[in-house]
Design a protein around this ligand. Structure first.
Ligand code: NAD
Length: 449
């Protein structure tokens, strides 16, 4: 009965939605839902983030949302460091980080804190939706937290798990057209969730029968990607040895109209999803004293890529008799994004430094003012390379090689110019994207020949 009341209130938008975690997942969601008329409280424990948002200071990837964000803040979107008490019916949506678990930290540490914060002010008839990518069993532990507060799931309190699937910088598939998997504790909670996601992806929700199914789906999708990335990276290493181009192999294989999905080589998967979520399946397998060897192998190949790349560069430098001075271009974990979390570039830099290189780093998305954050995100104590702001002639004079880890669109033209005009002795392209130009005197080495 109580849950039905919330459904009616959502339909008339006379409820409050609290979104916990205003990062890559939570921020666009907060803007989207407030723009269509929901009263949103955007909550983030990072006081600096809240203060920047209050000054309308957004990250590069959020700039497109700036106008809408400013508009929403006039009425529907408020910002806070914690949950607020309200007489109105409430929904909490959890979009906080879920770290790799180890002996010091559990993957649900932030989810648990955010859920507890929501429950401090929760009433009968409220509802919680988890969007963070969680380890198997997390949704059921959150159910326990809710029940410990005296609520009855499916009777007077709703719970859904609807993992975000966003692929940053993907121009074809975004928050508005990616179908979503969802587990809901009961039919009314599913209807409530559907009303909300109607405003996100047109309510394209695939309901699954249990929280565990939904949790495994999310991690398995990213395991599939990790395994294929590692598979193609090992293929690239074989192609280096065979002296054939890995791209020719992949493109020819991709002419098969079924059973093959092309993946392309690179310095290794990074970011807060692909190298992390598959570990949740490993943790789950461990609890049954079983292995998940495919994931273990894929992870260990992923870890080896930076060393392989650094050694390949070192061999070329030795062969050509060049000085050990290099610029690594594209520091983020993915092309055309500013996100530097767990990025292969920082690992390549570490390897190069260990091998005695002087290293410069360049990324048009690098923001000096958040350097400390980048260091934490990459387990670094200090900046161990010299950062440069551009690829001008003065910079080129100092180096004998450019290692391109990410070909961001905004630096592509300059890189092509450097190659075509033979402005540097050696380029190593981790993404195998530069077309060989017989007129260039620059030696071009690519991962996968
Ligand atoms: N970034 C992606 O592309 C992506 C895609 C799909 C799924 N996910 C998943 O979504 C979740 C969030 O990822 P993200 O990339 O948005 O992370 P993020 O680091 O960009 O943002 C998370 C925000 O949550 C805040 N936070 C931490 N604890 C909090 C708490 N208790 N209450 C309120 N705020 C809190 C942090 O300060 C941070 O600003 C993760 O589980 C991630 O695996 C991310």
């Amino acid at each position: 009965m109580k849950m039905k009341g919330l459904l009616d209130k959502i339909k008339s938008k006379s409820c409050i939605i609290e979104i916990f975690g205003l990062g890559y997942v939570g921020f666009p969601l907060a803007v989207k839902l407030s723009f269509v008329g929901f009263k949103i409280i955007g909550i983030d424990v990072n006081a600096e983030r809240i203060s920047r948002l209050k000054n309308n200071e957004l990250q590069d990837s959020e700039e497109l949302l700036k106008e809408k964000f400013i508009e929403c803040r006039k009425e529907n979107l408020t910002l806070s460091e914690e949950s607020k008490e309200s007489k109105l019916a409430k929904i909490g949506i959890i979009c906080v980080p879920t770290p790799i678990p180890d002996i010091n930290i559990s993957s649900d540490i932030y989810v648990r804190k955010a859920v507890k914060n929501f429950l401090n002010n929760a009433k009968e008839g409220d509802c919680l939706i988890l969007e963070s990518s969680v380890e198997v069993g997390t949704t059921e532990s959150m159910q326990k937290l809710i029940e410990d507060k005296g609520f009855k799931i499916g009777v007077n309190f709703g719970l859904s798990f609807c993992p975000e699937r966003i692929d940053p910088s993907n121009k074809e598939w975004g928050i508005e057209n990616i179908p979503r998997i969802i587990y809901s504790s009961d039919d009314v909670t599913f209807e409530i969730s559907k009303e909300i996601y109607n405003n996100v992806n047109g309510g394209n929700l695939i309901r699954v029968e249990s929280p565990k199914v939904a949790e495994v789906v999310k991690s398995f999708e990213n395991a599939f990607r990790l395994v294929n990335i590692s598979l193609v990276n090992e293929l690239a290493i074989l192609c280096d040895n065979l002296g054939i181009n890995v791209k020719s192999v992949i493109d020819a294989a991709a002419t098969k109209p079924f059973g093959f999905m092309p993946h392309y080589p690179g310095a290794g998967a990074g970011g807060h999803c692909i190298p992390k979520d598959p570990r949740f399946l490993l943790e789950s397998a461990k609890k049954f004293q079983t292995n998940f060897d495919t994931i273990e192998n894929a992870l260990s190949i992923n870890v080896k890529m930076p060393k392989y790349i650094s050694n390949s560069i070192e061999n070329s430098i030795k062969k050509l008799g060049l000085k050990k001075s290099i610029l690594v271009s594209g520091l983020s974990y993915k092309t055309n994004v500013e996100d530097m979390r767990d990025s292969a570039s920082f690992k390549i830099i570490n390897e190069l430094i260990t091998n005695g290189f002087e290293v410069f780093g360049y990324d048009p998305y690098f923001k000096k003012e958040v350097t400390k954050k980048y260091l934490i995100e990459n387990n670094l104590k200090e900046m161990n390379f010299s950062r440069v702001d551009n690829l001008d002639e003065e910079v080129l004079k100092k180096i004998s090689c450019i290692c391109i880890v990410q070909h961001h669109d905004i630096s592509r033209q300059r890189i092509d110019e450097i190659y075509q005009n033979s402005k540097i002795p050696l380029i190593y392209d981790c993404q195998n994207k530069i077309r060989k130009d017989p007129d260039s005197k620059t030696i071009l080495n690519c991962l996968g020949n």
